[in-house]
Design a protein around this ligand. Structure first.
Ligand code: NVA
Length: 304
């Protein structure tokens, strides 16, 4: 597969996403076959924001592929302040075989890719979280025999996670319903992309502010109502989003069998503790799949 970077879901086509899902599942089934895939290769990982799953799953995942991961936190100051992002990218490209970056602004991801000479992987920015979406579709493929027939809904704040999910769903032909309070929907540009990808793939795509319009769903997804870097009045947010909490009643109304969450979960806010801890929750399956999905991306970008 000819993939120079892994930056945004809308830069991938259906075949590439399906190939990455299949590869992730194969690496998960037969990790020994990939134990030397990144031998002699080093991956520099820039983190501007906190991370548990992404940091650990990349570090240990790269180790499982025989490669070396280097963590770069904020010790060199804010990205773009001590030196330009373009110079950061050029310097890292002197040593590393790939760059993984979790950044505040999508523009930093684009600059790293534009100015570096090695593949760049978006490990979350303000607009996208493609590693998470890929892992979530691996999880859906494990739970439902026909991915294209899955009905997926996201309830809550339209953010990087919902953007990536709805774009990937639209490209794959998966029906997607986005339920969020008025004023907390997706940016127009991302929404329009989801509409046009859905039209091309034949997927149904619905954006609604009315949770009563949720309809029948197979899987329901939620994420924090306040993302890292958001400037929000917590009391206002909690009041606005209260009717959008994912709980047993919502699951039953939709007839959904699984609930998904990228974590960290804010229990009793966007999801109840009992539902998050229930058999219906695949949050930890998705957390594990982060590693296999990212390893599929690394193997694809760094090997022939
Ligand atoms: N939307 C969340 C995802 C965290 C993994 C955030 O950006 O903070």
């Amino acid at each position: 597969m000819n993939l120079p970077h892994f930056l945004a879901d809308d830069q991938l086509n259906k075949e590439q996403i399906l190939d990455l899902i299949a590869l992730a599942r194969d690496i998960k089934q037969q990790p020994k076959n990939y134990a030397q895939a990144l031998a002699g290769k080093s991956v520099a990982m820039i983190f501007e924001k906190p991370s548990l799953r992404t940091h650990v799953s990349f570090d240990i995942g790269i180790n499982k592929l025989g490669g070396h991961a280097l963590y770069l936190g904020q010790q060199n100051g804010k990205l773009g302040e001590r030196e330009r992002v373009s110079d950061y990218a050029k310097n890292l490209s002197c040593y590393a075989d790939a760059i993984v970056a979790r950044v505040f602004s999508n523009d930093s991801i684009d600059q790293l890719a534009q100015h570096g000479s090695v593949p760049v992987i978006n490990a979350l920015c303000d607009v996208y979280h493609p590693c998470q979406a890929l892992a979530d579709f691996v999880t859906l493929a494990e739970n439902f025999s026909e991915l294209s027939k899955v009905k997926l809904a996201y309830i809550g704040d339209a953010n990087n996670v919902s953007n990536s999910l709805m774009l990937m769903a639209a490209i794959l032909g998966v029906d997607f319903t986005l339920v969020c309070p008025a004023g907390y929907g997706p940016d127009e540009q991302i929404y329009n992309k989801a509409v046009s990808f859905s039209a091309a793939s034949g997927a149904k795509f619905l954006l609604t502010h009315d949770i009563a319009e949720l309809g029948q769903q197979d899987a329901i997804y939620t994420d924090t109502w306040i993302s890292m870097g958001d400037n929000a009045n917590v009391a206002d947010i909690l009041a606005t989003f209260k009717p959008y909490q994912v709980n047993y009643q919502v699951m039953a109304a939709a007839g959904a069998s699984i609930v998904m969450h990228c974590q960290p979960a804010h229990l009793e806010e966007e999801i109840t503790t009992e539902l998050f801890d229930s058999e219906m929750s695949v949050a930890f399956q998705s957390a594990e799949n982060r590693m296999w999905a990212q390893n599929a991306v690394l193997v694809t970008l760094l090997t022939d």
